[in-house]
Design a protein around this ligand. Structure first.
Ligand code: NAD
Ligand code: UDP
Length: 349
């Protein structure tokens, strides 16, 4: 079935990057500038720092335009669209901590869903109808088979993942009402690593929830040991298996998706996995990080983390077919770059 129609090729474009001072957003801004786009950032700095902007400038030679706004503030958002000729949007902004979403569900529903609705309303008002949305592999829950295809059933198990699925549905409905919209719903697997310069990376507030930043912080002495959440899973060594993807590969995946929606009309909103297609266990990650850092990483095995699944890795065929994109960086690159960032910036930005 032919799902796409070719359209006229576009020239250099202004792209609104919501959440652009955050971890994935900031790396994507660097990739966008490298690809000749003009990124404009909107972020309320609830989980990021403005100092990342100087790092972007240091890497790219360009200080991106930045607006400190909450996306739910439709009036402030509208002003950004009035002042700039924005042609497309990459929507990263949102809260992302699974555990916190279980403890404070309303905070997650309110922020993530209201932000998306506010954004779509303002985009519609300004006839900007191209959007790439940050969805997540968490929408699959415990998939019945790996690698996980986009056609796999969704089975969300926490409010964070529910918000991702709800926003996907909102965007699909927006498309049904107006098929001029071009929508890419990108489901990320486990983004890790940092820009190769060591100037930008992941800077979690408080104790990291995710494995790689926790290991990095143990390596620089901020914590004593990594807690490995269970070694009795049916996996290669009993520890959980995930699809870790280098954040710059992920960033470049967005550039590929943007080029695609700039030049092609998707006849339906497209759901696309962004991952490497390879599963790695917690122990494999820990050992690879030891190699990259030259440090011994102490660990202890603790009980399973509630809600965790055994194995999750992507089927990447669709990304290759539709976007002509696949990952270039390997696990050693992920660990070397994460270590360069963490060792040069032990306390983050
Ligand atoms: P991040 O927290 O580093 O970045 C998100 C940014 O959004 C932050 O800078 C925050 O200040 C901003 N923000 C939040 N609510 C806002 C609001 N109402 N108005 C304006 N700005 C707001 O997170 P990240 O890791 O860069 O993730 C980016 C996106 O990718 C998120 O939507 C996340 O759910 C999704 N995602 C992340 C992962 C991951 O493991 N990092 C995996 C899958 C999907
Ligand atoms: N994990 C761990 N210790 C930690 C954090 C995570 O053992 O401090 C494990 C977790 O059980 C999972 C994998 O590492 O198997 C990746 O977890 P993360 O939170 O980074 O990502 P998730 O896939 O859960 O979104």
């Amino acid at each position: 079935m032919n799902l796409e129609r070719r359209t006229k090729k576009s020239s250099k474009r202004s792209v609104l990057v919501t959440g652009g001072t955050g971890y994935i957003g900031s790396h994507t801004v660097v990739a966008l500038i490298a690809a000749g786009y003009n990124p404009i950032i909107a972020d309320n700095l609830s989980n990021s720092k403005a100092s990342v902007l100087k790092r972007i400038e240091k890497i790219t030679g360009k200080l991106p335009l930045f607006y400190k706004i909450d996306l739910r503030n439709t009036t402030a958002l509208n002003k950004i669209f009035q002042k700039n000729s924005i042609t497309s949007v990459i929507h990263f902004a949102g809260f992302k901590a699974v555990g916190e979403s279980v403890a404070e569900p309303l905070k997650y529903y309110e922020n993530n869903i209201q932000s998306a609705i506010s954004l779509c309303k303002v985009m519609d008002r300004h006839k900007v109808k191209k959007i790439i949305f940050s969805s997540s592999a968490s929408v699959y829950g415990e998939a019945s088979a790996n690698p996980i295809k986009e056609s796999s059933a969704t089975a969300t198990t926490n409010p964070y993942a529910h918000t991702k699925l709800i926003i996907e549905e909102i965007l699909k409905s927006v498309y049904v009402a107006d098929p001029e919209w071009r929508i890419a719903l990108l489901r990320y697997f486990n983004p890790v690593g940092a820009h190769e310069s060591g100037l930008m990376g992941e800077d979690p507030q408080g104790i990291p929830n995710n494995l790689m930043p926790y290991i990095s912080q143990v390596a620089v002495g901020r914590h004593k040991k990594v807690n490995i959440f269970g070694n009795d899973y049916p996996t290669v060594d009993g520890t959980g298996v995930r699809d870790y993807i280098h954040v710059m590969d992920l960033a470049e995946g967005h550039v590929a998706a943007l080029k695609k929606i700039d030049t092609t009309i998707f006849s339906v909103p497209r759901v696309i996995n962004l991952g490497t297609g390879k599963g790695r266990s917690v122990m494999e990650i820990l050992r690879a990080f030891e190699k990259a850092s030259g440090k011994v990483i102490s660990y202890r095995i603790t009980k399973r983390r509630p809600g965790d699944i055994a194995v999750c890795y992507a089927d990447t065929k669709l990304a290759k077919k539709i976007l002509g994109w696949k990952t270039k960086r390997n696990l050693a690159d992920m660990c070397n770059d994460a270590w360069r960032w963490q060792s040069q910036n032990p306390k983050g930005y």
